[in-house]
Ligand binder design. Structure first.
Ligand code: HEM
Length: 432
């Protein structure tokens, strides 16, 4: 990027937002194909919205010039704050720093440690037993078992509490599902950015019944965990890892050759039965880890990273004016054929280095954006990867599954900040 005479991008007329309303991922891609990797669209009465699939531009906004941006309170953080309370994701400045440090301590710098392996093994055993009870060669829904796994692990690792399978877990699970579902509907309303530029009060009027509907679930959730900072980590460790696992399992169901390669790798590691297993053994499952990363590349659980400029800032030769909203859309970055050759193909080997270890970059240098990047990037990255790798290792070791052809798995729309989970209806059997 040159730095000569930075000038604002010429914004397109707001009618170009129309393709984004129905299926944002397809809409953004169409606009990028037509107008280039970084596009600005006018918003009446407000500064434009800029969205980008340019890695250098995105990196400059999120890392080099991160201090010129805040995370706006309108979509993800606004909804989150009203549900969870004040926490890391919705704060800025010194308050954010303090919360982020406390959060990192709570999740131990986001790396599982060997003294937590026992807790993990218990959760993996419960996951295996629940799945085994359904493995009769028929098509079954694996999503509830995945969600119960990430929820119990989250309660044990983040809240430091024990919970058994049973009514208490079920109530909490249902409450979180209701909160997340209601939140997505609220996000759907807020997504109609143009409408709300014209009718700012309409948002509140339309949101109100949805907010009322989720209030009892939220009360239950808040009573379970009174500390908002812990509540945030509890949801984060439950929700996104289960989305990632849902897509991983369904993509593997469609690509049995990669499931077989995972099976070959995990045959030598018994995470449940072998009490001498360490976290290093989980980190050492390179192919399994590469499968998780490839699923995260194709189906990022968070649809967009959203920022608002707090001052004028030059990103190369583009001037981003104060108040401009910048959206970085991991899916679009991951679909760049120059960074990710044949980007739509499920190919975990992209993440394997020549020495067999696993990388976070593709062979053409593309970066995995699913966890964000820079100071506001996800603090739970390693924890999430370790949980997902361990769960996949246990399932692949004991079971085989294939996706029935009649079950369509549409691309997530990107309409919500939290992307849709995959339906995980698989023909499931025990391994021979
Ligand atoms: C597959 C799982 C996960 C994915 C894909 C994911 C993704 C993300 C993304 C994209 C962001 C926003 C980054 C940005 O705006 O620049 C984020 C932020 C965050 N994530 Fe995660 N996450 C995952 C798991 C977790 C876990 C397990 C935890 C907690 C232990 C966690 C806690 C957080 C928190 C607290 C933030 C806000 C950070 C801040 O504002 O400084 N996430 N995550």
């Amino acid at each position: 990027m040159s730095t000569a005479d930075p000038a604002p991008l010429e914004p397109l007329h707001w009618r170009h937002l129309a393709p984004i309303w129905g299926h944002p991922y397809r809409g953004y891609q169409r606009l990028h194909a037509r107008y280039g990797p970084t596009v600005a669209i006018d918003r009446p009465g407000r500064k434009p919205i800029v969205f980008t699939k340019d890695e250098d531009f995105a990196t400059a906004c999120l890392v080099e010039h991160h201090d010129a941006f805040t995370r706006p309170l309108n979509i993800v953080t606004g909804i989150f704050r009203s549900l969870v309370g004040d926490a890391i994701v919705s704060s800025e400045g010194a308050q954010w720093q303090g919360r982020r440090q406390r959060g990192s301590r709570r999740i131990r710098g986001a790396t599982l440690e060997d003294d937590q392996v026992e807790l993990l093994r218990r959760g993996l055993g419960e996951l295996r037993d629940e799945v085994a009870a359904n493995a009769r060669g028929e098509v079954v829904d694996l999503l509830p078992a995945i969600e119960r796994f990430t929820l119990t692990q989250s309660i044990r690792l983040v809240c430091g509490r024990e919970i058994e399978r049973g009514p208490e877990l079920e109530r909490l699970h249902r409450a979180i599902q209701t909160i997340m579902g209601g939140t997505q509907q609220i996000a759907d309303i807020r997504r109609q950015m143009f409408l709300y530029s014209v009718l700012p009060k309409a948002r509140k009027i339309l949101d109100a019944p949805l907010r009322r509907a989720i209030r009892p679930s939220f009360a239950l959730y808040a009573a379970y965990e009174p500390d908002p900072e812990v509540r945030e980590l509890l949801i984060a460790t439950f929700e996104n890892p289960s989305t990632a696992l849902s897509w991983t399992l369904s993509l593997l169901g469609e690509h049995p050759e990669h499931l077989e390669r995972v099976r070959d790798e995990v045959a030598r590691v018994d995470l449940i039965g072998d009490s001498s297993v360490t976290i290093a053994d989980i980190d050492g499952l390179a192919y399994t880890g590469a499968v998780i990363r490839e699923a995260l590349r194709l189906r990022p659980p968070i649809a967009y990273l959203s920022r608002r400029a707090t001052r004028d800032v030059a990103i190369g030769d583009v001037l981003i004016e104060r108040g401009t909203h910048v959206l970085v859309i991991p899916y679009c970055l991951h679909m760049d054929p120059e960074r990710w050759p044949a980007p739509e193909r499920f190919d975990p080997t992209r993440f394997l280095r020549a020495d067999g270890s696993v990388s976070t970059r593709g062979p053409a240098g593309g970066r995995l954006w699913s966890f964000g990047f820079g100071p506001r990037g996800c603090p739970g990255t390693r924890l999430a990867l370790q949980l997902a790798t361990a769960a996949l290792a246990v399932l692949a070791r004991d079971f085989r599954w294939t996706s029935p052809a009649e079950r369509a798995r549409p691309l997530p729309t990107g309409r919500y900040p939290w992307n849709e989970k995959s339906p995980v209806w698989e023909r499931l059997s025990r391994s021979a």
